[in-house]
Design a protein around this ligand. Structure first.
Ligand code: PGA
Length: 252
């Protein structure tokens, strides 16, 4: 059985103090708690990563970044490299979030480079894909997903070193969640695609997370679906009580 991943994407939220208070609270909660099937990850903004990985060193919480440069190093003002993340013990990184695609012009091609860069540094990319409302209404959801998979995973090796997050754009930050059945349909499509393009063993092992208005009230129905292996959670991950509750539900 695949483990469940509860990953919090804080986006551009929280001051340093608020971030530290949240993390201390989570560490206290996780202290002496044996998580049997859940991996929990927090992805804070870049400036807090060092504080977060220092605090997390003694715990079973993983720390992820929200983005990475596709370049190795050099004259790229304002960018953060995979080598930098690796040197701070960051073990996961979100790539290709729809907000990065929409506001910062990221394409499947740049996302493909970022994935390879992260894997070179043994950081697990959480690769985001998902269709817009217009594409869903036009009946193109699976086609869009397939195009994104083909381009973002071109020449990418998968062996316990990559996770996928299906995030329908219309469900992100809107309060509108895909129904568990809608999400399951796409998750199973993704798993089949991986089986056809890699093999069955890889398809069965790759975690496929769902993202888009996940919260304590809807997470157990989502996790009950066969191919939903966890959540990439924005809004509800900003509240430590909600985050703890979602870990508890995942562990049940
Ligand atoms: P949301 O965000 O949970 O606030 O919808 C999810 C995401 O963007 O990863």
């Amino acid at each position: 059985m695949r483990d469940i991943i509860i990953a919090g994407n804080w986006k551009m939220n929280k001051t340093f103090q608020e971030a530290e208070d949240f993390l201390v609270d989570i560490f206290e909660y996780l202290h002496n708690k044996e998580l049997e099937k859940t991996t929990s990850i927090i992805c804070p903004p870049f400036p807090y990563l060092e504080m977060a990985t220092d605090l997390a060193a003694e715990s079973n919480l993983s720390i992820g970044a929200q983005n990475v440069s596709e370049h190795e190093s050099g004259a790229y003002t304002g960018e953060i490299s995979a080598a930098m993340l690796h040197s701070m013990d960051v073990d996961h990184c979100i790539v290709g979030h729809s907000e990065r695609r929409k506001y910062f012009g990221e394409t499947d091609e740049t996302i493909n480079k970022k994935i390879k860069m992260l894997q070179n540094y043994r950081i697990i990319p959480i690769v985001c894909i998902g269709e817009s409302l217009q594409q869903r209404e036009a009946g193109e959801a699976e086609e869009v997903i397939e195009t994104q998979l083909l381009a973002t995973l071109q020449d990418v090796q998968i062996s316990n070193n990559l996770a996928i997050a299906y995030e329908p754009i219309w469900a992100i930050g809107t309060g509108e969640t895909a129904t568990p059945q809608q999400a399951q349909k796409i998750h199973s499509f993704i798993r089949k695609w991986i089986q056809e393009n890699y093999n069955k063993e890889i398809a069965n092992s790759v975690p496929i997370l769902y993202g888009g208005s996940v919260k304590p009230e809807n997470i157990s129905d989502l996790l009950a679906e066969e191919d939903i292996d966890g959540g990439l959670i924005g809004g509800a991950s900003l509240d430590s009580n909600k985050f703890k509750k979602m870990i508890d539900i995942a562990e049940k």
